[in-house]
Structures are given as C-alpha cells and as structure tokens.
Design a protein around this ligand. Structure first.
Ligand code: ATP
Ligand code: MG
Length: 249
C-alpha cells in the first residue's frame, strides 16, 4: 500500500499481551491509527497500556501482532521522554544530554554541540555544569526533554511529561513545548504524547486518541479544531473537555 506524503507513521493492528505468574494479561488489542504532521495525545485510564503502546512505537518493545510503519524515507529518528526518567547522578546536565548521542555513534564534538543547543532550547544553557541533585523537579524534566530533543527527532514521544510537576511549572513547560513544536527550530514532524489529563489533551493537541481500560482498544479519535493559542477559558475548550470526559468515563 502506498502512503500519502503527509502520513508520518501508521500503527497497524497492534496487539500485545504479557504473561505473569502463568496468567496472560492482554494489554493492547488491535490498535490502529495514523499520525500525520501533527500533535497527538493518547488518553486513557491508568494501567491500560499507554506506555506499552509508546514503547512499541519507539521500537524498544515488539508487538505480538501488527506493526508500526514509518513514512519518513530512511530510519526514523525518535526522541523519547520516559514516564519515569532517570538522570545519571554522577554526570553533569551536559553529560546526561550528550550521553545518548555518543551511544548512538555521534562524534563527541558534534554531540556536545547538539546537547548544548537542546539545553538552550529548554532554557537551561546556564546549567550545563550542574549535577541532577542540584536541580529542581521542573529543571530535571527540562533536562529530560532536552535529552529527547538533542537527537533532533522526526518523531517526539512523551510519556506523561508534565504529570509529576507542580501546576505552575507544568503550565510553563507546556507552553514552552508548544512553542518548540510550532517554531520549527527543530525538524520534528509529529509529537505523540501520553496523558491522563483531559484538559491538557484539549489544550495541546490536534487529535486525541482515547483508549479503553485494559485491554486497551481505541474508544474514539477526537479532532481538536480549536485555533491556537488556546486557553482553558475558551468556550470551545470547555465544551470539548466536557465531551471528551464523556468518552473516558
Ligand atoms: N514488562 C512487563 N511485564 C509484564 N507486564 C507488564 C509489563 N509492562 C507493562 N505491563 C502490564 O501492562 C499493563 C499496561 O501497562 P502500561 O505501563 O503500558 O500502562 P499505562 O497505561 O502506561 O499506565 P499508567 O497510566 O499507570 O502509566 C499493566 O497491567 C502492566 O502491569
Ligand atoms: Mg504509563
């Protein structure tokens, strides 16, 4: 099948089960969706399989059935902000952001330059030499995002990137991520972000994929046709939040 040029990736018939203590747990059941040049959120209840789906898209886990097809022309570069990321405590901020690049075979000087650029994008250029223990929670999450941006990804995957932050820090970081996404300073074609926050999904994304409780199936795909910048006070935002709540409850 030929793929349209606006299509970035396609998740085709993905199913996944885990076996634990002799029991089979079905986690994902026949998941199908397409991703264009857009910001997508995946919304679903705790434990339904969101992180599993993101890991399968990233290629770090294999589905039992189905496949993820990329339409990038070459190997897709993927940046991943993990749900529970860890920074190496004995390495500086710059070291932590440089490490995955060096592991991927980028020459040292180039890796350092890209890491510095990514840290600048997230507003941490002054903190290169700091150690993780010297950073606030919000700063650590900026480093995690910088680490994903430094690979100059085609596709940015983020697993609940704002969940563990206080509301004000989360709010600031959300708008910075949207600025990075819309500014085209990086060649990111698509963002796929996992969240359990309905309002966040409506405020940030172009399309919301709503999953059922485990085993996750797609309950509904909601297009968000609300002009940006969006605020929670906008009537369209409030109405869509209410509508999405009906699908998740
Ligand atoms: N490596 C694994 N081995 C066995 N079971 C697993 C593994 N990874 C995930 N699971 C199970 O798969 C289910 C889905 O897990 P997953 O982490 O994908 O959910 P989630 O939607 O991201 O949850 P949360 O919202 O709490 O982050 C859970 O029941 C979990 O116990
Ligand atoms: Mg998860």
């Amino acid at each position: 099948m030929s793929l349209s040029k606006d299509l970035v990736l396609e998740v085709r018939g993905v199913s996944k089960s885990y076996t634990s203590g002799g029991k089979v747990f079905e986690v994902l059941k026949d998941i199908n969706f397409v991703v264009g040049r857009e910001y997508i959120t995946i919304l679903g209840p705790s434990g339904c399989g969101k992180s599993t789906l993101l890991r399968i898209i990233a290629g770090v886990e294999k589905p039992d059935k189905g496949e993820v097809v990329f339409n990038i022309g070459g190997k897709a570069r993927i940046g991943f902000v993990f749900q529970f990321p860890t920074l190496l405590p004995w390495m500086t901020v710059l070291g932590n952001v440089t490490l995955p690049l060096i592991a991927a075979g980028v020459p040292k000087n180039d890796a350092v330059e890209r890491a510095r650029r990514a840290l600048k994008i997230v507003g941490l250029e002054e903190l290169d030499d700091f150690y993780p223990s010297e950073l606030s929670g919000g700063m650590k999450q900026r480093v995690n995002i910088a680490r994903a941006l430094a690979v100059e990804p085609d596709i940015l995957l983020m697993d609940e990137p704002f969940s563990n932050l206080d509301p004000l820090t989360a709010e600031n970081l959300r708008s910075e991520v949207l600025d990075i996404w819309s500014s085209s300073i990086l060649p990111i074609k698509s963002v796929i972000m996992v969240t359990h926050n309905v309002e966040e999904a409506v405020l940030m994304s172009d399309k919301i994929i709503i999953l059922s409780p485990r085993p996750a199936r797609i309950v509904k795909v909601v297009d968000v046709n609300i002009p940006r910048p969006r605020t929670r006070k906008m009537t369209e935002v409030q109405e869509l939040v209410d509508r999405v709540y009906e699908y998740v409850s």
